[in-house]
Structure formats: C-alpha cells, structure tokens
Write a protein that binds this ligand. Structure first.
Ligand code: ACO
Length: 375
C-alpha cells in the first residue's frame, strides 16, 4: 500500500496571501499583482517591499527602503574571516548557506521578534550579494572587495560587485527582471522548508539557512546551473536535438523542464526569460546559443509535452549577462530570500507546528534480539 500522495503532490498544505501559482483567472501574482507587470515595470526592491512589507511602496517609501538596504550591505569582519577560510572549491550555494548561518550566530534575531524580524529580513536581503561575492572575488583573485558598489538598485549592485564596474543598462534590466521572477513562488520546496523551520519557532536565520540548502538541489533551484552545464558542450541545434533524444531514451531528466504545478500550462516566467535571452543574444549579434535552447524546447514539447520552466531560459539569460555558471543558483537565492522572508513572517503570524504523518510500511512488531544472539 503506502501513501498515495507522493511528494505531497496536489496537497494543500496551508494558507497564503503572498502569491498565486497557476490559479485560474489569476496566473502567477505577488499579492495580487501579475508577474508580467511586475517584471516589466518594477524594480526588485519594489517587489521585495511588496512581499515583505505587504504593499507597493510609494516614491518616498521606496527611496527610504533603498537607503535602508544600502546601509545594511556590509558584513561583519568575523564573517569575512569565515568566508575567507572556506575553500575556493566550495560550491557558492554552500558558501551562502554557511554565511547565512554564521550571520545568525554573529547578529542573532532578538527576542522582540515581531519587530526584529523585519530588520533581519532586510539585513539578509541587503547583505547576501556582498557575502557571496566577497567570497567569490577573494578566492578568484585575492581581492577584498568593498560593499560600496556605487549602485543603489539590487541588480546593479550584484553586477558591480561581480565585475568591479558599473553594468550595461540592458544587462542590469535583464537581471532585475530575473530577480523579480525568481522572488517568490508559493509553497515550492525551499519556501516550504523555511516555513517548516519557522513553524517550530526557530529563528529567522535558521529558516533561511534551511531554505538555501533546499534550493540548491538540481530538482529545484540547482536546475539552472545543471541546464547550462548540459548545453554548453553542444555546438548546434541538430547536435542538441540528438543529445536530448539520447537522454530521453536513457530515461534521463533534462534540467530546466517540467514543474510540479505547470503540467498542463506553461510556466509564465519562462516566456519572459526567453524574451530577455532573445534580446541579449540579438544585442550581442550572436543567436547561436539561443537557437540551441529553442530547439531543445521544441524537442521536449514534441517528445514529452513538457514545458520549459523558469530555469531553462533563466540559465541562458544569466550566461548572456556574464554570470558565471556556478553563481546561477546563488543569484536565484539572492532574489528568493524576499519570498522566504515573507513566508516566515506569514507563518509566524498564524503559527501551527508543521508536522505531517507517515504511512508505516516497515516490518510487523517483533521481539528484540539480544546482540549475542544475532546471526
Ligand atoms: N526531463 C525528462 N522527463 C521529465 C522531466 C524532465 N525535466 N520532468 C519530468 N519528466 C517526466 C518524468 O520522468 C515522469 O515520467 P514518467 O511518468 O514516465 O515516469 C513524468 O515526467 C512526471 O515527472 P515527475 O518527476 O514525477 O514530476 P514531479 O511533479 O514530481 O517533478 C520536477 C517536477 C521535479 C520539477 C521535474 O519535472 C524535474 O525533475 N525537472 C527537472 C529539474 C528542474 O528543472 N527543476 C526546476 C523546477 S523549477 C524551480 O524549482 C525553480
């Protein structure tokens, strides 16, 4: 027998007022606003404010919020020591997970959680890019970069920390759109793990640390990195088609395709990322990789009726923006921390311990066999 619902598929595990995913007549919305509108018109900070502080900010609120975030971008020296001591070969997701946990030990959430949780949420959002890229640049070249990037917006800040120079406008806009699209997605695995941790009344940093670990897996956020690694060696659309057919015949999964919720309808984030990938390719005067990606999308739909998810063209967009492949999933995390934060706050506001039950499928009750009598 066993449990009939594997992986909690289709199970409604709680209430949320933060986002709708695949909902009839609404699609993907953050607090009622469509991601199509938000990714086209809003900066990531506006969206983070919307998710965490529950309303779209006006001009003054947005500027005050940006200033607050800019002032929270640095990390303590003790944390720099931790980051410098991590191996250069560490995966950057492990670095972010460790950095978040270390920050929680250095600057713990206070007992006044109702107020302090907003400070912690903003602090994590503001400091994550520097935490990640301090470690990255230090191990790349020995440079101890400053958190003062000269960029007020998150997308520009990330790119300036990575490259040591201000970004081109089109690249900044593409990254901003990706951050908006990656910010939130209801009860996905990493958000759910954050809520499970929060439901035990554990602290904010522990919930986000758990979420980072969960996001890193290739069935979730890690898919963008894996998709790029799989596609990089392919030289032409025909070669890509052959490789995908070979993978499908071998019953292998093609990363960047399929989704627990978007089975009969496409992931609305995918077409937006695809348009950014097309624009960036055209701007660079090289459609080569784009055509390879597009052929893979065609083959996956023809053979398996599977749609590309956000990570497929998200990977190509990041590649074209000059983000190193191993940083794809961490950049996703820099955005998703806003959604995790909103869910931790929501979980705490009406908390009940999340503790489901299991269908037992092990042996019948039996007598204990003393150690000396075992075969
Ligand atoms: N490549 C090939 N076949 C696939 C893929 C894929 N990417 N995704 C699903 N399938 C097939 C499965 O093999 C299965 O076939 P079967 O019924 O013949 O066994 C069927 O489609 C159903 O797939 P499940 O894995 O059971 O569906 P589930 O809802 O559990 O999984 C998931 C969703 C994990 C996202 C899956 O589609 C997958 O592994 N995709 C690749 C990883 C990926 O891109 N993850 C990112 C998701 S988006 C995000 O997290 C931000």
């Amino acid at each position: 027998m066993g449990c009939e619902v594997k992986g909690l598929e289709g199970v409604i595990a709680g209430d949320t007022a933060i986002s709708t995913v695949g909902k009839k007549d609404m699609g993907l919305t953050y607090r009622g606003y469509s991601v199509e509108d938000l990714s086209e018109h809003a900066s990531f900070e506006e969206v983070a404010y919307l998710l965490i502080h529950d309303k779209l900010p006006n001009h003054r609120e947005l500027e005050e919020y940006r200033t607050a975030l800019v002032n929270m971008r640095g990390v303590p020296d003790r944390l720099k020591v931790v980051l410098e001591s991590l191996p250069p070969a560490s995966h950057p997701m492990d670095v972010l997970r460790t950095g978040c946990s270390a920050l929680g030990a250095i600057e713990p959430e206070t007992a006044e959680r109702e107020q302090d949780q907003y400070r912690v949420a903003d602090r994590l959002l503001a400091s994550f890019p520097y935490m990640l890229l301090y470690w990255y640049r230090f191990h790349q070249s020995g440079a101890r970069i400053s958190h003062e990037s000269g960029q007020r917006e998150m997308a520009g800040h990330i790119l300036a920390l990575l490259n040591g120079m201000p970004p081109e406008a089109i690249v900044r806009k593409a990254i901003n759109a990706s951050l908006v699209l990656y910010a939130e997605h209801e009860f996905n695995a990493s958000t759910f793990s954050a809520r499970v941790t929060a439901s035990t009344l554990s602290d904010f940093h522990s919930a986000v640390t758990a979420a980072i670990g969960t996001l890193s897996g290739p069935l979730h956020g890690g898919a963008n990195e894996q998709a790029m690694k799989m596609i990089t060696p392919l030289r032409s659309p025909d070669e890509a088609e052959k490789e995908i057919l070979r993978m499908l015949a071998a019953k292998k999964k093609v990363m960047g395709f399929g989704h627990r919720v978007y089975k009969k309808q496409p992931d609305p984030r995918s077409s937006i990322m695809k348009e950014w990938a097309r624009r960036l390719s055209a701007e660079a005067g090289d459609m080569g990789l784009f055509l390879i990606f597009e052929r893979i999308e065609e083959v996956m739909f023809r053979e398996k009726k599977l749609f590309a998810n956000v990570d497929f063209y998200g990977a190509l967009t990041y590649h074209l923006c000059g983000i190193p492949t191993e940083l794809f999933t961490p950049v996703f995390a820099l955005a998703r921390v806003s959604g995790w934060a909103a869910h931790i706050i929501e979980q705490r506001a009406d908390n009940k311990l999340i503790r489901p039950s299991a269908e037992y499928i092990g042996p019948e009750a039996r007598a204990y066999v003393p150690l000396d009598e075992r075969p």
